[in-house]
Structure formats: structure tokens, C-alpha cells
Design a protein around this ligand. Sequence first.
Ligand code: AMP
Ligand code: MG
Length: 490
Amino acid sequence: MSPTTDSPSIAFDNSYAALPPEFYQRLDPTPVSQPELIAVNETLARELGIDPAMLRSPDGIQMLAGNRIPDGAAPLAMAYAGHQFGNWVPQLGDGRAILLGEVMDRHGVRQDIQLKGAGPTAFSRGGDGRNWIGPVLREYVVSEAMAALGVPTTRALAAIKSGDHVLREQGPLPGAILTRVARSHIRVGTFQYFTARQNREAVEQLMHYVIDRHYPDAAQAQNPALALLDAVIDAQAALIAHWQSIGFIHGVMNTDNSSITGDTIDYGPCAFMDTYAADKVFSSIDRGARYAYQNQPRIAQWNLVNFAQCLLPFFDEDKEEAVRLAQESINRFDERFIGYYLSRMRAKLGLVDEKDEDLTLVSSLLELMQTHSLDFTLTFRQLSKRSATDPFAPGGSLHDWHRSWQRRVGEEPAALDAATQLMQRSNPVIIPRNHQVESMIDAAVKDGDFAPFEALLDAVTRPFDEAHEQSDLATPPAPDEVVTQTFCGT
Ligand code: AMP
Ligand code: MG
């Protein structure tokens, strides 16, 4: 079967494809044998100006499978490089993802529509270019949960089964394709790709492209390159602070998985913590614990240093001055991160005004949670929903801490009621817990049963809904259900 072209149903407006040819490989997805729809994100489709019924139609499914190239699409695989676990890899690129094209959403924001698992490209480096149901469902659920939690992220527009099998360590597995939507898929590694090739012109073009598309204010600044660096530092600081505040561990914070827009991108062995531990690592391939929970801010900054290096020639003609400006900017990461982190953590504790001792209050709570192996999500929730048996109650492990917190809240101008309301909108009842994610994947793979996927998706996309308090999906794992390791599984 070869791809066919049909009448237009998506208003593509492509800009990346207009960049010079060294930015990508133009190619069509490789068709699959028997595509079947798993899910369509109707709300997101409408936001993109795409008719959800079209996506569900036979033609729509063929398109989501890469079997049919819609009119106006300009399919391509993006070139990028990156540091993987600190090691430089000069060429990565979209090895299993193909950008169909871009659309303008309802808010006038340009959005990439990409098929992940659409077949091999020039960047596949021996890989099959495919994806299987496990990572597709995991990314669908976790990225949509993140969006519902208000965390900047790529989105899931659709998932299909390909009808083919892909071979992985575990044996043959059902193939699948995720349709991913992002404000763009440009990464720190995209800049690194051209810097490593000493292609100054391409770096400059990419820089202008990113400023135009994502940071138009930087164009007006006295030093646009420096303004861009500043804006990306700010977006990353805000993003990592948000991750920390919900116990999210990305797992593969390589520079090629570090987005220029400050969105969460590339959901691989990511995981939410159940019990709190600052040094928590889930990813089976992260043997040095480089991407442990507590390291995430430091790693983001390390990635930003690599980004800054790409822009150095544009900060100042004088090399020393350029380095000085970059350093100054990078040094502000900590302050910004702490600012965002504290504002998130204050909200979780129901605190409205800012006090110097707040960081100590937060840190001492986290230390106690670690000592007593308490559930991260539930502990914050219990603070606003006190019961006689929670750890904050007299005799509980957090009783003393609770007294100092109460004193602190008591100093607030806002009443306890307001604090409670703030806490309830800042502390999710439900997150995609690893044991639930895994059992949902098992049901789909072993029994072809997608009901657990649908139930989990429905629940985690209403994360602050109190109704979940009674739900099994919100409950921490029993000791024999605890997941200690997650796999890239690509
Ligand atoms: P990731 O660790 O998922 O961020 O991927 C790192 C690199 O490996 C990227 O260049 C991917 O495109 C590539 N890659 C991952 N899985 C596959 C696959 N199944 N086939 C081809 N390339 C892949
Ligand atoms: Mg990646």
C-alpha cells in the first residue's frame, strides 16, 4: 500500500518545512497494515480546529496511521543532536517521529502535529522507527494528566493500533502510533546539531525562527539572543519547579529531550513518586541516578548551559564578553527556580503571603515525609482534608510540623477557609500512579482491553476532583503493587 492524497480536512500552515533542507529530511510515513483507532482527544481536536468526527472516520484513521497524507501536509523528520546522560551524540533526530505539519489553534498559537512511531527515517540509527502500545498509552495518559494539572506539555491528539507487530526485548508486541501535538518540537539539541557542525548561519536562522515563533518579545530587546536565552531559562525554571511540586520525575532529561518552549517533552520512563524520596529514580537505564528527582533543577541548568553555548556568537562580538553575559544569565536560573518553586509550594500549603522561613517549612515537611515513607500526593491532600488518622493528627509523625504550619497559616490575612480552597486547587487528588499505568498497559496488551486505559485517562484528566477520594485509582499502591523501575521500552 502506498500513501494516497485526499481532500483537505486540516488547515495546515507549515513553517518548519520552509527552513533550509539541512534542518530535516522530507519523507512520508511508512504505511501500516491494519490501523484501528484507540482514542481521539476530541477537546484538543476542536482547539486545533480539527473535526473530531473526521479523525474517527476511515480516512481520518488512515491519516493517523500515516497511510494517507492529507492535503497541505509537508511530512518531515527533524534533525537534532544531544547529550544523552551527559555523553555527546552528534546526530540523533526524529528516528521514529514524523511531523505532518503545523496548524494555527483557536488561540492563534502555531502547533506541530506529529506521528510518533510512523516508520524509519534518516535518523533512525538502526531502529525500526516504530512504537508499541505500551509507550503510546503511557504517553497519552501521562501527558494529558500533566496538561490537566496545568503543567506545560506536549499533548496527545490520538492513538491508533497499527495492526503490525514490533519486536522488542520482551518479544513481538502490538504496534501503535501516537499523534503528538506541541507548540514546537525544537530542543536544545536542535541548536547543538548546527553548532557542532560549525554552521553559524543555520544557528542564526534557527534562533530567528524560535524568536519569531515562540519569544517575539525578544526581537524587540537590545540583545535579542540574550533575551532569548533569558526567556528559555525562565520557561525551564518554571517547568522544573512545577515538576518538583507534583513529584514528577522525567527520567531522561537529555539535551535532546529539553524543549526550547519549556514544555514537558518525550515521555519515556517518566514516573510520579508514590512515597517521597529526594533521591528517587525509576528509569532502568539511569544507573548513575543522574536524573533523580532532586537533580532535576541542576540538570535543567546544565542543559541551559549547553543552549547558551550555541548562542554565544550572537551575544557579543567579543568572546570574553559573550561568555560573561551568558554566565550572568545562567546564574539567574537558581533564583528563578526557587522563586517558582516556592510559589508552587506555598500554594500547596495554603500560604498566600511570602515569608523568609517558608523554604524551611517546606523542606522540613519533605524530610519528614521521606523519614516516614509518606505518599507525596496524599500527604498534601490530607493537609487540607484532615482526618483523625492522618499523620498530622496528635500522635502522628507530622503532628509537630503541623503545629508550626498552623501557626504560620494563623499569621495569614486570609482565613483558614481561603487556605483550604487554595490547597484544594493546588494539590491533586489523583496522579497517574505507576502501578495503575502498568496495569492499564497490561490489560491492553494481554487482553486487548482498553477500558482501564479509558478509566485512568478520564480520572487523571480531572485531577482536583474530590470524587476521586473514594477511587482505587487514587490510592497508593499496596506493598506488592509498588513499581520500582520504569523502562524506556521504545
Ligand atoms: P528518546 O530516548 O526516546 O528521546 O530517543 C532518543 C533517540 O532515539 C531519538 O533520536 C529517537 O528518534 C531515537 N529512537 C528511539 N526509538 C527509536 C526507534 N524505535 N526507531 C528509531 N529511532 C528511535
Ligand atoms: Mg527524545
